[in-house]
Design a protein around this ligand. Structure first.
Ligand code: 5GP
Length: 205
């Protein structure tokens, strides 16, 4: 057993970005070196979700108790439900040398970004932004209510995207997967953060 302390790998993305499938694949290819942090949440399980595997599904009261006991690395309210990263879970894994993926929202990352050392943070730009980009390039004929809402969301997300070490455009699963593997396993990945920030800026102008 090595004395290596596992690192934290933070993943954030707007909903629908395909983040979960990428995370699953990275974990399955890591031969046990990387595990997913299982958060606590007050939202109800969806079909097929398992307590202790996908989340610890708990009541508001239990969540508040954990908050009082300072049991969270970070916690946030996302779409009206509470979500929190459990210190006990993360510590147990990292102390055993396992790298831990935190799949958390931008507010959660904002809370911990200055205090986590030994970490990598990755912001995934969803395919829907790429679709949005294509439409905007067709000279803005798409300025309807839906596009407006997407732009508003994208603007908020852009503000946070800058805070991450890497910004990765999820346009093609296998390509993105190999970029993520380079970031995480090889550290050979040339950060294209600026390019993708520019892409986001173009979208928003
Ligand atoms: P979902 O309910 O679809 O599983 O997750 C909704 C959002 O909550 C996602 O953006 C996910 O990253 C975020 N989330 C899940 N667990 C945590 C957590 O422990 N902390 C924070 N801040 N966000 C979380």
């Amino acid at each position: 057993m090595s004395n290596k302390i596992g690192k934290l790998i933070v993943f954030s993305a707007p909903s629908g970005a395909g983040k979960s499938s990428l995370i699953k694949e990275i974990i399955s290819q890591s031969s046990g070196a990387i595990q997913l942090s299982v958060s606590a949440t007050t939202r109800l399980p969806r079909d097929g979700e398992v307590h202790g595997k996908d989340y610890f599904f708990i009541s508001d009261r239990e969540f508040d108790d954990l908050k009082k006991k300072d049991s969270f690395v970070e916690h946030a309210n996302v779409y009206g439900h509470q979500y929190g990263t459990l210190k006990s879970f993360v510590d147990e894994k990292t102390i055993s040398g396992i790298d831990v993926i935190l799949d958390i929202d931008v507010q959660g990352f904002d809370l911990i970004k200055d205090s986590i050392k030994n970490s990598i943070s990755i912001f995934i730009i969803p395919p829907s932004l790429a679709e949005l980009e294509k439409r905007l390039k067709l000279r803005g004929l798409d300025s309807n209510e839906v596009i407006e809402k997407r732009l508003m969301n994208a603007k908020t997300e852009l503000k946070y995207a800058k805070l991450y070490d890497y910004i990765v455009l999820n346009d093609e699963f296998n390509k993105v997967l190999s970029e993520l593997k380079s970031i995480i396993f090889d550290k050979t990945y040339e950060s294209n953060k600026q390019i993708n920030l520019n892409l986001l800026k173009d979208l928003l102008d």
